[in-house]
Design a protein around this ligand. Structure first.
Ligand SMILES: [Zn+2]
Ligand SMILES: [Zn+2]
Length: 426
């Protein structure tokens, strides 16, 4: 479909349209967006041709001025156009409205993540991967590309980790407003320990009585606590966590047979490490870090969970003697192991579309204690304060399947459904 036809199809009046008609318009709008992106690429290519004879002409500046974008955003558009030259299949599919510019960006990013000598191997799969992209969201396509990059590297990401170690760096400057600013880049191995330490210190700060001066906006307050936690760690002034935990999630197949195309190895915040590096890191335990091994199935549901341990050997032993996650009537509230399991399974609040991080949620009991409910992991759901309150106030009924997909009803009518928690990580 061309630009004009899909613009016409997307412009029909929807004030009295049926749901199907609105769906159709939304589809045409999505196609239109892709065609616009393809057209932009053509324009940038022409500007780059013109710039050869007119050295004063900068495609970035022309694009920024014409589209009201910042120079930085315009530079990204030019970057996409430059990447498109090397990706003929994805580019022609974008021109047909079949994939989005973000799919093309994902491929370009995967290409950049490879060492130069290995890039032709990924380029050789462009046509095959582009066909797969047709039925994938950008997130799914990104995961697929990561697996392909690992396959090409053939060493479970060890050479990439080497490169990332060399790319570590920290910049500091004083802003125009007089504030001291820092910006750092760490390889995933350092990142997992640093992020866990910062998280533990931030938690202990935010759970203590709030000092005056904490912003009232929750997001700004979180940033405030993080900044103070970093200062605590640098200056050694924090009263907080003497040790901290890294919840290490590995899927069953990777744990027993090694890395595969859909492996999930997650050391918190989506940080993925080569399994050997993880083994090595846990072997170099400092005493302050404790690892909580959690094995999940392909749906992201916990099948086994160990106790916090300092070394890799302990980790293996800890999983041989897993913790009990079903407490029945022996305990009314979720215990620490169950909270860890919820944190391992979920990235955010369990209500579809909610973006509250799981660390800020509360475990909700699907069966009320007063009505004989059991404190079993399968009956616990992490909910943010807002959704927890709504669920109780509006008497939502929640059905949870074995794979933890949900059907949520209000007054007998289905209001929301979700797939398994693994979907939150894709
Ligand atoms: Zn509740
Ligand atoms: Zn929520």
């Amino acid at each position: 479909m061309d630009l004009m036809t899909s613009a016409a199809a997307a412009s029909v009046d929807v004030t009295s349209a049926t749901a199907d008609e609105v769906t159709g318009v939304l589809h045409h709008l999505a196609v239109l967006g892709r065609l616009v992106q393809a057209r932009e690429i053509e324009c940038i290519h022409r500007l780059e041709q013109l710039a050869i004879d007119h050295p004063g002409l900068s495609p970035e500046h022309v694009c920024a001025a014409a589209s009201g974008r910042s120079l930085r955003a315009a530079t990204a558009v030019v970057g996409r156009a430059d990447a498109a030259v090397g990706l003929p299949v994805l580019t022609s599919m974008l021109g047909a409205g079949l994939v989005s510019g973000a799919h093309l960006d994902a491929f370009a990013a995967a290409l950049r993540s490879l060492e130069e000598a290995l890039r032709p191997a990924l380029l050789a799969c462009e046509a095959q991967l582009a066909t797969e992209a047709l039925s994938m969201t950008v997130e799914q396509f990104t995961t697929r590309l990561k697996a392909e990059v690992r396959r090409i590297e053939g060493d479970d990401g060890m050479s990439r980790l080497e490169r990332q170690r060399r790319q570590t760096g920290l910049r500091q400057w004083v802003g125009r407003d007089g504030m001291w600013c820092i910006s750092g880049r760490y390889d995933p191995e350092q990142a997992m320990v640093l992020a866990a330490a910062l998280q533990a210190q931030t938690d202990s700060r935010s759970h203590a009585p709030h000092p005056p001066g904490v912003p009232s906006d929750p997001l700004l307050a979180h940033e405030w606590f993080q900044a103070m936690a970093l200062a605590d760690l640098v200056l050694g002034t924090g009263s907080g966590a003497p040790s901290f935990e890294v919840i290490t999630v590995i899927d069953e197949q990777t744990w027993s047979h090694g890395r595969h195309a859909r492996s999930r190895v997650d050391c918190g915040r989506g940080i993925d490490l080569p399994v050997d590096a993880l083994r090595d890191l846990i072997g170099r335990a400092t005493g302050r870090v404790r690892f909580v091994p959690v094995v999940v199935d392909r749906n992201g549901v916990v099948v086994r969970q160990g106790r916090p341990v300092p070394t890799f050997d302990d980790l293996v032993a800890s999983l041989r003697d897993p913790v009990g996650l079903d407490l029945g009537r022996s305990r009314r509230f979720a215990n620490r192991d169950q909270r860890r399991a919820l944190r391992a399974m979920y990235r955010r609040c369990a209500i579809p579309g909610c973006d509250r991080h799981v660390s800020t949620t509360q475990p909700h009991h699907l069966d009320e204690w007063d009505h004989g409910g059991h404190t079993d992991l399968s009956r616990l759901l992490p909910l943010c304060q807002h959704h927890h309150r709504r669920l109780h106030a509006e008497h939502w009924q929640v059905d949870i399947a074995d794979d933890r997909s949900l059907v949520i009803r209000r007054g007998g009518e289905v209001i929301m459904t979700t797939g398994p928690p693994a979907e939150q990580w894709r």
